[in-house]
Design a protein around this ligand. Structure first.
Ligand SMILES: Nc1ncnc2c1ncn2[C@@H]1O[C@H](COP(=O)(O)OP(=O)(O)OP(=O)(O)O)[C@@H](O)[C@H]1O
Length: 366
């Protein structure tokens, strides 16, 4: 069986500014109809990667292919306007002096009736048909964003490049527009490369996430895999708060107050961090100084006192001071649960949800 051709493939892209590689040997593919998110902190090189694909910046090394055809390497270069790539940025800047219909039709060629039909089709799809003859200033921010989406999609781009397109919208509107945008893009079968620094946005939108750090892609895969099998401590911490339990390897095992962990590939004496997300910490009440019985899944309970508890809306966040070393661990509870500071409790950690990594500075020991 032949493997399908990616809609977009970039191979070993490097871009240097002043000798510094801000994009460093980046490769990725996006299949037709797929949304891939380039996710990473500010300054890690996401936008530069996107600009290179759009053709408004030029790589120092590497190649770009669309539907298997070379569109750019370091010698050969198809100009931006012939790449059939749509662009959508945070500052989507509709033309204020053009009507909604004229904005959407802006990049279209061909007979007037055909253009009008495509504009009508797209405006219906983004549920803005009634605004067709209005001007941008007569529309809300969310409506303007949908016009920008219709405009970018009008010439039927093979690939849509989106750079933080939703960050100018307020929270509630943003979720709605994201979902709507996603369904329009899926209907059109466009391949999407979306740049964002927000893990929630990436998880909500992406079929695949490429996690970027300091110019490199450090991990790539389905959102579920990145969340549940992060490649290192920083990747784990990028998606949520984390708790760190420290330990030292002895005979391929690491002893902690929460029980023993298998640490097979690590030498004796190596320091390890056992990472657990607050939502995978279980809590139980103190029964006259005793906790729950250990279970195979949850391991050994450890005693703590409540440091503080905060109501977060759909959940509560409780911080505990651990009796064994005075460290603070956090647990999220999916309900209103606000125990008083000083209340003794017991914590267990879901062993199947723990990640074990060499402690910082010990990476080479692993
Ligand atoms: N034309 C340029 N000349 C020099 N340095 C640049 C240029 N463009 C980008 N950089 C630098 O390259 C690095 C990566 O920038 P880039 O905009 O790609 O990051 P980003 O991940 O998109 O960040 P953000 O989310 O803040 O936009 C930054 O340190 C930036 O200062």
């Amino acid at each position: 069986m032949s493997t399908p051709t990616p809609r977009l493939e970039i191979r070993n892209i490097t871009r240097r500014f002043g000798g510094r590689a801000v994009v460093d040997d980046v490769s990725l593919t996006v299949m037709p109809g797929q949304v891939t998110c380039l996710l990473g902190p500010s300054g890690c090189g996401k936008s530069t990667t996107l600009r290179i694909i759009a053709g408004v910046d030029m790589q120092d090394q590497g190649e770009i292919y669309i539907d298997g055809k070379l569109i750019c390497d370091t010698v050969f270069r198809i100009p931006p306007e012939r790449r059939e790539v749509g662009l959508m940025f945070q500052d989507f800047a509709l033309f204020p002096h053009l009507s909604v219909a004229e904005n959407v039709a802006f990049g279209l060629n061909g007979p007037k009736e055909k253009k009008r039909a495509r504009v009508q089709e797209l405006l219906a799809r983004v549920e803005l048909a009634r605004f067709i003859d209005d001007y941008p200033h007569e529309l809300s921010g969310g409506e303007q964003q949908r016009v920008a989406l219709a405009r970018a999609l009008a010439p039927r781009p093979r690939i849509m490049l989106m750079d933080e397109p939703f960050s100018g919208l307020d929270n509630r509107l943003r979720d709605e527009i994201r979902d709507e945008t996603l369904s329009v893009l899926k209907d059109e079968g466009t391949a999407v490369l979306l740049v964002t620094h927000e893990p929630d946005e990436a998880m909500r939108m992406a079929d695949e996430i490429a996690l970027m750090r300091a110019g490199r892609i450090v991990q790539q895969g389905a959102p579920y895999n990145l969340y549940n099998a992060p490649i290192d401590r920083a990747a784990a911490a990028f998606f949520s708060d984390i708790n760190v339990i420290k330990g030292k390897v002895q005979n391929l095992l690491t002893d902690t107050p929460f029980g023993q962990f298998l640490t097979p590939a690590m030498p004796d004496g190596a320091e390890v961090d056992i990472i657990i997300r607050p939502q995978h910490v279980k809590i139980d009440f103190d029964r006259n100084g005793r906790g729950p019985n250990p279970t195979p899944d949850d391991g050994v309970p450890a005693r703590a006192v409540v440091e503080r508890a905060r109501f977060m809306g759909s959940e509560s966040l409780v911080e505990f001071r651990m009796e064994f070393d005075g460290s603070v661990l956090k647990a999220t509870v999916p309900a209103v649960f606000l125990p008083k500071p000083g209340t003794p409790m017991w914590l267990m950690i879901r062993r199947d949800r723990c990640f074990v990594f060499p402690a910082p500075g010990q990476e080479r020991a692993a």
